[in-house]
Write a protein that binds this ligand. Structure first.
Ligand SMILES: Cc1cc2nc3c(=O)[nH]c(=O)nc-3n(C[C@H](O)[C@H](O)[C@H](O)COP(=O)(O)O)c2cc1C
Length: 399
C-alpha cells in the first residue's frame, strides 16, 4: 500500500525550501502566519549520510516541529483556504473561519538532492521517522549542482530515465509521500508538462514547478512563466493524473501540482491559483521579507503583525528551540530580510502622510543604518537592539 498523500489543504500555502533560511524558527513563524506546510532546505545525500552534525540538527528540528504548539495549523475541510466572494461580497465563511477548529500539525517536508538512487533512499530512510514527506530537488541551478550533476542539471531529456529511477526508488522504498521540485525543462519549456507526467507515473505525489529556466549566473531569470504551470495542470488533468478535491480519497494514486514564482503579496497568491488551477502555491523570497504574507488566509479576526513584531517573534522562537539550525548567521539574515527587504516593502508599511513626506533617499539612509546594525550583530540581544532602532525610526516617521 502506498503511503497516504499529504492532505490537499496542507499543500495550499507552502513555505519554500531555502538554504540557510528554512530553519525551524522561520518555518514556525510562517505557520503561525498562515502557511499550511513547510519545506526544509535542500540537503545533498552526502550531507545526510556523512555529516553527523547536519543530520542531527535536521532531525532535532523535525522532532521539535512535530509537536511544537506553533506548528499547529487549523485546516479547513473546504477546498479553498483563500477568501471567496459570494454575490460580490466577501463572505463571512470565506473570510473568517476558513479554517476549521480541527487542528493538526503542519507537515514538514525534507528536501533531498542527489543522483544516485541507492544513496537517495538511504538518506531518506535516515529522516523517514520524523519527516512528513520527501522532496527531490530538481531545480538547484548552482555551480556545485552542475559539477555534481544533480538539481536542475537532471532536467535535460537524456536524464529523464535516471530521474524516473530516483523517484520510483524513493516511492517504492520510503513510507512517505514523494514530491519533486522542478524548473522549466532546458531550451524547450513546453516539454515541462511531459516531464511532469513522467514524474507522476514514476510515483511523484506532488510536482512543484518553479516556472523559470535554471541559470548559474542569475537567481531570477525574468518572470516565471505561469502558463507552463497551467499547462502541467492541464496535462495531468487530461491524463487522469491530477489530484483534485473531486477525486481525492478514491484510492487511486494521483499527483498534486504546486505553482512557484511571481508572488509578491497576497493578491498574487489568489491570482496565481486562479490562473494556473494548481492545488497550491509555494512562496520563498517574498516570505522571507514578509513572513505574514499568507496571513489573510487566517481571516479578518486579527491583523498581520508588523515587521518589528515578526522579527522579535522569530528571535523568540530561535531561543525557545535551540539547536535546530537558527544560528546567528541565519538569524541575522532573517532579521535583515524582514527589516530591510530588498523589495523595500516597508515603504508601503509606513504609508500615509509621514512616509510621503520622506524622500526615497531618506528611506535608504534609514534602512542602511538598521542594516549595518543587523550585519554587525554579535548576539540575539544585538539583533533586538537593531529592532528597537528600526522601531525608533518608524516612530520618527509617524511623528
Ligand atoms: C535564499 C534562498 C535559498 C533557496 N534554497 C533553495 C533550496 O534549498 N531548494 C530549492 O528547491 N529551492 C531553493 N530556493 C528557491 C526557492 O525555493 C524558490 O523556488 C524560488 O525562490 C522562487 O520562488 P519565490 O519567487 O517565491 O522566491 C532558494 C531561494 C532562496 C531565495
Amino acid at each position: 500500500m502506498p503511503p497516504s498523500p499529504l492532505p490537499l489543504p496542507c499543500l495550499r500555502l507552502v513555505e519554500a525550501p531555502m538554504v540557510n533560511q528554512s530553519d525551524l524558527a522561520f518555518r514556525l513563524l510562517a505557520v503561525e502566519n498562515g502557511a499550511t506546510s513547510t519545506w526544509t532546505q535542500m540537503y545533498h545525500t552526502d550531507a545526510i549520510l556523512n555529516d553527523r552534525d547536519a543530520l542531527e540538527t535536521l532531525l532535532k528540528s523535525l522532532e521539535v516541529g512535530r509537536t511544537a504548539s506553533e506548528n499547529l495549523c487549523k485546516l479547513s475541510p473546504a477546498p479553498l483556504l483563500i477568501p471567496r466572494k459570494v454575490g460580490g461580497e466577501e463572505s463571512e465563511e470565506g473570510n473568517g473561519p476558513m479554517r476549521s477548529s480541527a487542528a493538526s500539525f503542519c507537515p514538514q517536508i525534507v528536501q533531498l538532492a542527489g543522483n544516485d538512487p541507492e544513496s537517495l533512499v538511504k538518506a531518506a530512510r535516515k529522516v523517514e521517522h520524523l519527516a512528513d514527506g520527501i522532496d527531490l530537488n530538481l531545480g538547484c541551478p548552482q555551480n556545485h549542482a552542475k559539477m555534481g550533476h544533480y538539481g536542475a542539471y537532471l532536467l535535460p531529456k537524456p536524464d529523464w530515465p535516471l530521474v524516473e529511477t530516483l523517484v520510483s526508488s524513493l516511492s517504492r522504498s520510503v513510507q512517505l509521500p514523494i514530491s519533486t521540485k522542478i524548473r522549466l525543462t532546458p531550451t524547450h519549456a513546453d516539454q515541462t508538462s511531459i516531464l511532469a507526467k513522467r514524474l507522476s507515473l514514476a510515483g511523484s505525489d506532488c510536482v512543484i514547478l518553479h516556472a523559470r529556466f535554471a541559470s548559474t549566473s542569475r537567481r531570477r531569470n525574468g518572470p516565471a512563466d505561469l502558463g507552463q504551470v497551467k499547462r502541467v495542470v492541464q496535462t495531468l488533468r487530461d491524463e487522469g493524473l491530477l489530484r483534485t478535491e473531486e477525486n481525492d480519497g478514491d484510492g487511486v494514486r494521483r499527483t498534486a501540482v504546486i505553482t512557484n514564482g511571481n508572488v509578491r503579496g497576497w493578491s498574487d497568491v489568489v491570482k496565481n491559483l486562479e490562473y494556473t488551477g494548481a492545488n497550491g502555491v509555494m512562496v520563498g523570497e517574498p516570505l522571507l521579507e514578509d513572513p505574514s504574507l499568507f496571513h489573510p488566509s487566517l481571516g479578518k479576526l486579527s491583523s498581520p503583525p508588523s515587521k518589528a513584531e515578526l522579527s522579535r517573534r522569530y528571535l523568540e522562537l530561535c531561543e525557545r528551540y535551540p539547536g535546530t539550525g537558527s544560528d546567528l548567521f541565519v538569524a541575522r539574515q532573517h532579521v535583515r530580510n524582514m527589516l530591510c527587504p530588498r523589495s523595500f516593502s516597508f515603504v508601503q508599511e509606513s504609508e500615509g502622510k509621514a512616509a510621503e513626506a520622506r524622500s526615497r533617499a531618506d528611506l535608504y539612509q534609514r534602512r542602511s543604518v538598521v542594516e549595518a546594525r543587523v550585519k554587525s550583530a554579535q548576539s540575539v540581544e544585538d539583533l533586538r537592539e537593531a529592532i528597537r532602532l528600526f522601531e525608533g525610526q518608524e516612530e520618527k516617521v509617524v511623528m
